[in-house]
Ligand binder design. Structure first.
Ligand SMILES: [Zn+2]
Length: 334
């Protein structure tokens, strides 16, 4: 994860002129192009260790297709690079000219502006209702024997309408010979939004006759769109006109639990605007920030990290006592 603000690979034209002057000249013919690869900080490995690591790779091995081919020797140098992220485009450009090709990622390293958080919090007026719905989705999944008691709800924050509800389904075999351990509720939730959008955009054509996104509980049934588009549940807020090419742009997700790394990344990639979860997941929750004093979760902080290309707001719903945390929540990923 280190040095994410520096390009890993750089071609010669993008390398700082001053730096190039200090590096050894390539020891291969000029028709072979040169690629500069940033390996790691010097505390991580010695030059000898790096050479040992990359020597067996193909550019440095004889090419059996070329008779008499003599492979080049890897050339390793230790160079100064900026350890911290640049704080502006100008700084990134300056460092790119001076040290190493540097990328500036927009975003406040101190988190979202308090006014953004305040406005978003003011819109969470029905959080209790949605969290209850997520709990119910999980309970129904468990009762129907399709999964563990985890549930998730996708909400359009503008209209306040629920777009989809999903429970965990890792025990459901979906007419295959084995259940899918990756059928976590957040994954199914994003898939339901995708299916709804597809159904709407293809105007009722049955796109996937073996659609695995069958509703498995009454609550899921209520919000999944049927093949004739009548069972509905709202679709505003999820069409391409509303959200562009991303599936869940700025939608809100309510969960019975802190999502695992897989689910947190799925939510991030689909560009959700906010996640509100009830229970922290002791060993597997991927949203909890590292350095949190109780060391809950895996500490990836997958909603705020400066090196992510999307960020969303995240709240832990503190309404404990209504549903005491099931000990299961500290044992599994969900
Ligand atoms: Zn998960």
């Amino acid at each position: 994860m280190e040095l994410q603000h520096l390009r890993r690979l750089a071609r010669m034209p993008y390398m700082p002129k001053g730096l190039l002057a200090t590096l050894p000249k390539p020891n291969w013919p000029p028709e072979i192009s040169t690629l500069y690869l940033l390996m790691c900080t010097k505390e991580k490995a010695t030059v000898e260790e790096v050479i040992e690591l990359i020597k067996p790779t193909s550019p440095f091995q004889p090419n059996p297709k070329i008779p008499g081919h003599v492979p080049p020797e890897p050339q390793i140098s230790v160079v100064p690079v900026p350890l911290h992220m640049p704080t502006s485009t100008e700084e990134a450009e300056e460092w790119s000219e001076k040290y190493w090709p540097t990328v500036y990622k927009r975003g406040n390293p101190f988190g979202p502006h308090p006014s953004i958080v305040e406005t978003a919090e003011a819109n969470l007026t029905k959080a209790r209702e949605y969290i209850q719905m997520a709990r119910d989705a999980g309970r129904q999944a468990e009762q129907n024997g399709v999964g563990l008691p985890f549930g998730a709800v996708m909400v359009n924050p503008t209209s306040g309408k629920v777009i989809a509800v999903a429970g965990d389904a890792r025990h459901w075999d979906n007419q295959r010979e084995w259940p899918n351990p990756l059928d976590h509720c957040a994954m199914r939730l994003v898939s339901m939004v995708a299916q709804k959008r597809l159904d709407k955009e293809t105007k009722n054509e049955i796109v996937s006759p073996e659609n695995p996104l069958r509703a498995l509980t009454p609550l899921e049934e209520k919000y999944i769109m049927g093949p004739d588009n009548t069972q509905a549940g709202p679709t505003e807020g999820i069409t391409a006109d509303d959200v562009g090419s991303y599936l869940c742009h700025n939608l809100h997700v309510y969960l019975s639990h802190e999502p695992c790394t897989m689910c947190a990344m799925a939510l991030l990639h689909s560009r959700v605007g906010a996640v509100i979860f009830e229970h922290r997941m002791g060993k597997t929750g991927a949203l909890t920030a590292d350095g949190f004093e109780q060391r809950d979760g895996v500490g990836h902080g997958l909603f705020w990290r400066p090196d992510l290309n999307w960020k969303f707001l995240c709240w832990e719903w503190k309404d404990r006592g209504v549903t005491p945390k099931d000990p299961l929540f500290d044992k599994v990923a969900a």
